[in-house]
Unconditional design. Sequence first.
Length: 640
Amino acid sequence: MNRIRAPRAVDLQKLFALYSDGKLTAAQVAARQLTRSYPGHPSAWKVLGAVLERLGDSGSALACKRKAASLAPDDAEAHHNLGNALMKQGQFVEAQVCYLRVIALKPKFAEAHRTLGNALRKQGLFCEAEACYRCALDIDPLDADCHNNLGNALKEQDRIEEALEHYHLALKFNPQLVTAMANIGTAMCDQGRVEEAILYYRQALVQEPDNAQIHSHLLFCLLHCEGVAPSEVYGAHVAFGVHFETNLRSGWSPHTNLRDLGRRLRLGFVSGDLRNHAVAHFIEPVWASLNPAIVELWVYSNHVLEDAVTFRLRRLVPNWQQVTALSDEALAQQIRADGIDILIDLSGHTGHNRLMAFARKPAPVQATWIGYPGTTGLHSIDYLICDRFNAPLGLYEHYYTENFARLPSSGAFLPSVRAPAVNALPALKNGYVTFASFNRPNKLGRRVIEVWSQVLTATPGSRLLLGNVVDACGARALADRFGEFGIAAQRLAFSPKLPMGEYLALHRDVDIVLDTWPYTGGTTTNHALWMGVPVVTLRGPSRAHCQGAAALGRIGLDEWVAVDEVDFVRKAVEHATDIQGLANVRASMRERWLSSPWRNDAAIARGLEAGLRVMWQRWCAGLTAAHFQVEATPSESTYA
């Protein structure tokens, strides 16, 4: 048996010293020399892989780590290194195989159990990931990162209180662990503890002021806060833009896109929500209705999980790229190389956004749409796509860095195929009115609960069903909050998160939905209307206040939109006492929807194409972005 020639110990020591001292160019030269001289020995390949990774050449680094692992089948470190490199490339299944190999070689290697949990969690296997994290903590109970990751796996299973317990343990063992601070903020925000969440986000930003994702979490949370004025929320978004975009603007390069007014446009979309998510309901009918002779669709998907909805969306798009493994700079370069003419963000400051790629101005015209009701705060994003229903003229422009591109309607929405038929009004059978809310619990602020309690008090015998209540602890907390305003727990019912079909079926027991504020319902309002259930909503001083009003306005139900809290109570009580009127609205709701020109997918797509052409023509003419409105065609009339 031939022995594999090994490098001299002194040569390896010199290589390790160069790497440790950060002399990466010299280390790369030395490592390549050793791999040429000793191609069958894994040590030089391991170091070369580490050097290339630090130099940013992740593809070559992965190849070197594969080589090292193949040359050393029993080297746990080599396989663990390979697993980590595969994780960075989004190759989670292959990484999982590597980590299982490491555990087989070293069963008590706690980090391998933790990284295996990470690979499983990235695949959406949260229960299995939880088991791995617990194995790691059995070996090393003081591992702060593992407590933090276990918290993430528990949160994905809606076990928020358990998740918080482990996030706090993570901070106990590592008080500077910024991800744990931010995760506590997110968990508290999910529970409706918005003010406390803001404190944790700000604590995290003290440690990492340049963490754009935590800034986005904070801004999203601020939109839910009853005690923060719209001007303050706007100021925080502008501060985000100043902090993150200012230094990038000097690097904006001129765009070489052909300035042809009438040519087919390359239209790009960036989103982390192209799966079973609310955004898919809004964007799918648009993509299905766009004219391929006018726009060529390109999509940059920023989420590792894909499902049946993803595959359905992919069939509508000729150019689809999964970009989670790309840095913001690399993504911006890819978009520029693809020659995108108009790039649209579908996330805003929600999770999995890529606003920092937009901040590099990779496309000559950029816009934001659907995913977020506030401003991005970025001057690199030229337009906000909207309509007169969710952005009445002159009402909200001063809270946005973007210019308003008003379409005749931007209200496309694809109802679920799992939606049951609309039934008769439940109150006719029950003898009492059932109110409901299916909004996220973090939208239920103290003032909302107080006003809803006034509605219940003024409507004797009525009940309130609250959806998306993940556990008994959350139900008790909500019951206590209503109890402060004199509402007995017996008048409340709670439902957990449910699969789509079961969630929609709950509407068969509901007469009226009560909306939240300052962050009103968007997706939930559309689902309720499709199920025949009208919504009492409140249009307020920010566009987040206007989502419910927009959905109602597009089908001619403006009389359900309140101007203030007193009007909200009055409208809810008046509608609740008009049982026959409720029955009539319910019976006609789907016909209202289907006959409204503002709900016609093809008309919405034509309006979007016209709006895109206005944006493009301004750029071709060398003009800066400006507010504009696309007029409705003669066939588009108000609901009769």
